[in-house]
Design a binder for this molecule. Structure first.
Ligand SMILES: *Cc1c(COP(=O)(O)O)cnc(C)c1O
Length: 453
């Protein structure tokens, strides 16, 4: 290895063979999801109308390692192991002694980490004979990832795209259609959940989830797929962190000091960080983990840790998670994938246990950092990923000021080549920061159900 090496690749034979389940190593078990009607813990039968049995099994599994099926590994091999890069030119620009490594998931067919879970989700549904999958999409990345996986396994894909994103990103819709998906603007007129809102409403992930769940629950041939939040989704993403740990070793590092990821529903952060956390719980390395969210949707930093619904209509189980309230409608910031009212129960639990930290950043700082990153590393980051990069920048500048060497690993969850409209606004100085007011936060939290006991 030369001193100037910047890319750390693994061979196809080093593709992880198992997913890592953090639950096996947690000091305390995460609180169970509750039935929306009875408030009793949900059982497999409650979830069976929405998910195939193998995914339900993974959702509640306490096994440490879960084998990745061969057909899934074959598709992973199309773009995995994904590269880990050292950001040398960005380090030089920042004048920092920090060593910055980014794990790049933009190499996937859909341009983000979401394909890591869409492939196994569609595979398990196809094996069960399911012919139609419904889902929601915010920025469009999840819809794209699911449509692609559905195309591979011969399953129909129907996507409810959050209104503002549908209106603002026609190319995202086209990409989903190229992969064979059908796309509806949410709130739509096709569901009771959608009809509860006026036509032209900007929509939210919570509303779009209600629509997709409602349709899947009514069609015995259909099931529903979620692109983040749930335990099985986080599980599938752990290929990211497992690879990164091996690649860091190849780079000559004994471990990471800081691991940073952006957090919308929490899946890419968990995918990168949970394998590191597993090493922490095993006493092998002790990186600080930072979840970065937008100041306008500050779930971990300003939300409450309570049982709440995953969707707006209250159709999903109640999950104990940091939440801003299930009818929270975030301001239309450009990082659509980070505009979710809740946070994965597993990430929430780890945060409540002090195993990870969080920061909330304004989008202007994120775009400034993204442009600086593009001009030094040659990759246009997804607006979501730019939040993680902005936190890296803060850490790298703090290391510079303290004259301290530090190893930073960051998840670059996707590229932003289909989000150039957002960059156009930023470069035209037309972006505003829209931090959440205390009054709006209190109003949204007032809708969180109050459970007895
Ligand atoms: C969806 C998405 C996110 C946010 O979702 P998580 O579940 O928090 O990972 C982040 N980055 C990109 C590129 C995305 O597509």
């Amino acid at each position: 290895m030369s001193d100037s090496q910047v890319m750390f690749s693994l061979g196809p034979d080093q593709l992880p063979t198992h997913w890592y389940n953090l639950v096996a190593d947690l000091p305390t078990p995460p609180p169970p999801p509750l039935h929306p009607g009875t408030h009793e813990p949900v059982g497999p039968d409650d979830l069976a109308p929405l998910f195939p049995m193998e995914l339900i099994r993974q959702e509640v599994s306490t096994e440490r390692w879960i084998e990745i099926p061969e057909p899934v590994r074959e598709v992973y091999a199309q773009y995995r192991p994904s590269p880990l890069y050292r950001a040398r030119r960005w380090e030089q620009r920042l004048g920092t002694p920090a060593r910055i490594y980014y794990k790049y998931e933009g190499v996937s067919p859909a341009g983000s980490h979401k394909v890591n879970t869409s492939i196994p989700q569609v595979y398990y549904n196809a094996v069960d004979g399911i012919t139609r999958l419904t889902t929601e999409t915010g920025a469009g990345q999840w819809g794209t990832a699911l449509a692609y996986a559905c195309a591979l396994f011969g399953v129909e894909c129907e996507v409810w795209q959050v209104g503002v994103s549908y209106d603002g990103k026609p190319q995202r819709r086209t990409l989903m259609e190229v992969f064979g998906g059908t796309v509806h603007r949410s709130p739509s007129r096709l569901t009771a959940s959608g009809r509860a809102f006026p036509e032209g409403h900007p929509g939210s992930l919570g509303i779009a989830i209600s629509e997709a769940v409602e349709v899947a629950a009514q069609d015995p041939e259909a099931k529903y797929a979620l692109g983040s939040v749930l335990n099985h989704v986080l599980l599938h993403q752990t290929v990211i962190g497992q690879e990164a740990i091996r690649q860091l070793a190849i780079a000559g590092e004994s471990g990471a000091d800081v691991v940073i990821g952006c957090a919308g529903g929490g899946s890419n952060l968990a995918g990168l960080a949970f394998p590191f956390l597993g090493e922490t719980l095993a006493g092998l390395q002790h990186p600080r983990i930072v979840a970065v969210e937008p100041a306008s949707c500050p779930t971990l930093t300003r939300g409450e840790y309570r049982y709440d619904f995953g969707d707006t209509a209250g159709l999903t189980p109640l999950m104990k998670m940091y939440t801003l309230g299930h009818d929270f409608v975030p301001s239309p910031i450009h990082a659509g994938g980070l505009r979710y009212h809740g946070m994965a129960p597993l990430v929430s639990h780890a945060y409540a246990e002090g195993l990870l930290t969080a920061a909330a950043l304004p989008q202007s700082e994120c775009f400034e950092t993204a442009v600086e990153f593009a001009r030094t590393q040659g990759i246009v980051p997804a607006p979501e990923s730019s939040h993680a990069l902005a936190q890296v920048r803060r850490e790298a500048l703090a290391a510079r000021d303290a004259g301290r060497e530090t190893v930073i690993v960051v998840g670059l969850s996707g590229h932003g080549l289909l989000e150039l409209g957002a960059y156009e606004s930023f470069l035209a100085d037309a972006l505003s920061d829209d931090p959440l007011s205390d009054a709006d936060l209190a109003a949204a939290l007032a809708g969180v159900p109050v459970l007895s006991g």
